[in-house]
Design a protein around this ligand. Structure first.
Ligand code: SF4
Ligand code: SF4
Length: 272
């Protein structure tokens, strides 16, 4: 995007945004970076990066303490879907975060697919035989009989290190209290976390929230096919409720975990 830096400069100069969240190479790694109009010369370091971080989540976190700021982000289609989810769950106000668009989206929720960070990986024979090929479509997975599917998922879940990387990177995980840290639900002090409860709790909480960005799977150090799991959840949500997550600002949040009082953020975070 040749005029990316010029556009960001204009946005900052004109006050369209006060802060722009993009990427900067730091010690060889493209990392999220906040550019502002007091340091415009730093824009020479702004880069388009194959690395992906939930910039919209970082933006929402900044807005939680500085609600009057106007924030811009470098964003792909998944970032836009996440912004829609954050808005319908009242975590941000629509329009508080402007997106400077990068064309990139590997998700079936969108038509084009050129996300370099999600090129097919190759897996060893054990994973392919006993576990799950992460790039498998949900329909392919369903061709296995129920027992085989169950065993394959158990194999994948028992690798979990309970590092919470999947939750922490997720752009639509915004609960103040996380069920995955609730001692009544997830026993403390053990690895792997109770199989399959830990992952089913997260899967249920992603119903109507997961925007299929794949960041959780990218972050998972043991390659659990989390994206496939949440894609299946999304399919069920669409089949049962006709709800397509993140595609619109007009839809109310999907609540399958009970109702909260208006404006209250419950343990599952949905203000409904
Ligand atoms: S794909 Fe993973 S990180 Fe992305 S929204 Fe869904 S659960 Fe969160
Ligand atoms: S990122 Fe992977 S290993 Fe870490 S808690 Fe999530 S599923 Fe488990």
């Amino acid at each position: 995007m040749p005029d990316m830096k010029a556009t960001v400069r204009e946005w900052l100069d004109t006050g369209k945004v006060d802060l722009f969240l993009g990427y900067k190479q730091v010690e060889g790694h493209p990392l999220p970076y906040a550019f502002d109009r007091d340091n415009l010369e730093e824009l020479q370091d702004l880069m388009e990066s194959p690395a992906r971080y939930p910039l919209e989540k970082l933006g929402a976190g900044i807005l939680a303490v500085q609600p009057n700021l106007k924030i811009g982000i470098l964003g792909r289609d998944c970032n836009r879907r996440a912004l829609n989810v954050l808005a319908v769950h009242q975590q941000i106000t629509p329009g508080q975060i402007e997106v400077l668009e990068l064309k990139c989206c590997p998700s079936p929720l969108h038509k084009h697919a050129d996300c370099s960070s999600l090129e097919p990986r190759t897996y060893g024979p054990v994973k392919l035989e006993v576990g799950i090929d992460n790039s498998m479509p949900t329909a392919r997975m369903e061709q296995f009989d129920q027992r085989t599917r169950f065993d394959k998922w158990l194999y994948e879940f028992q690798k979990c290190l309970k590092c919470y990387g999947c939750r922490d990177i997720c752009p639509v995980c915004f609960c103040k209290e996380c069920s995955l840290e609730h001692a009544d639900l997830v026993e403390t002090g053990g690895v792997p976390p109770e199989v399959p409860l830990f992952h089913l709790i997260r899967a249920v909480h992603m119903a109507g929230r997961c925007i299929d960005c794949g960041l959780c799977e990218d972050a998972c150090p043991v390659d659990i096919p989390l994206r496939l799991l949440y894609r299946k959840v999304n399919e069920i949500v669409k089949d049962l409720f006709g709800y397509e997550t993140g595609l619109s600002l007009e839809q109310p949040p999907l609540s399958i975990l009970g109702e909260c009082a208006p404006g209250v953020t419950g343990s599952h975070g949905a203000a409904v």
